[in-house]
Design a protein around this ligand. Structure first.
Ligand code: ZN
Length: 231
């Protein structure tokens, strides 16, 4: 790998319209389930769908045969070949994510990680995502877009989840609303908008409402999105 070449194609964090990743709460907890239940590194692959110019939806993650140590993951070639052989070709074409755990270490990619990502980048027709997670629930997500040949570093992620309808109904029944004069916010508070609205999951339109999506974004903006509560 030529590091200079790699660095030139890296887009700094502040670039507007940077792509991002969207995943369901199930995919998110699947990832943390692996990370928190292994004292070694562990790797996974994922089915990804490009939803629009800057949103990539991780639909499912897959564990594959591998040999792991505290600090490395490598394919078990024989078993891996058998495993990959039983995945239908249409599904193979949906694999656009390689993720792994850094256990308790920083999620900063190692030289080996970057080299491996270079290999995936060279093999893909459209895009590829690298994800590194640790036991502090920190995520490092890099997205490579082949159409523009850009490697986006440290992309943000959003999580969609189903509302608990029963809890909500109970809350609506029990929570009484007192009315006060409406507080006034600066005009900019209301006008602030994301450059490109997230669309709903097409595969299951009834599970995701715009309200949920707005809530998710509000949590994310507030900076405490899903960081607590899961260990
Ligand atoms: Zn690594």
């Amino acid at each position: 790998m030529n590091l200079t070449t790699l660095n030139q194609s890296v887009i700094p964090y502040e670039t507007p319209y940077k792509p991002r990743v969207l995943m369901s709460a199930k995919v998110y907890t699947d990832i943390l389930t692996l990370v928190h239940n292994f004292q070694s590194e562990i790797g996974w692959q994922g089915y990804v769908r490009k939803q629009n110019q800057n949103t990539y939806v991780i639909e499912e993650i897959l564990v594959y045969p591998q040999r792991v140590t505290g600090t490395t993951v490598e394919d078990d070639h024989e078993k891996f070949a058998a495993w990959i052989g039983q995945i239908p070709i249409d599904n193979l074409n949906r694999i656009r994510l390689y993720g792994h755990s850094h256990v308790n270490m920083s999620v900063y990619p190692s030289g080996t990680d970057l080299q491996q990502f270079e290999t995936y980048k060279s093999q893909t027709d459209d895009f590829y995502i690298m994800m590194i997670v640790n036991k502090r629930n920190e995520f490092r997500i890099d997205i490579y877009d082949k159409t523009t040949d850009k490697h986006y570093v440290g992309c943000e992620y959003l999580i969609s989840y189903d509302e608990n309808k029963a809890l909500l109904a109970e809350a609506r029944r029990l929570v009484e609303r007192k009315t006060f004069p409406r507080p006034t916010f600066p005009a900019s508070f209301h006008q602030w908008e994301e450059p490109d609205d997230l669309e709903l999951f097409e595969s299951n339109p009834h599970s995701y409402t715009l309200a949920v999506d707005e809530t998710a974004k509000a949590y994310k903006r507030a900076g405490y999105f899903f960081k607590k509560g899961l260990k």
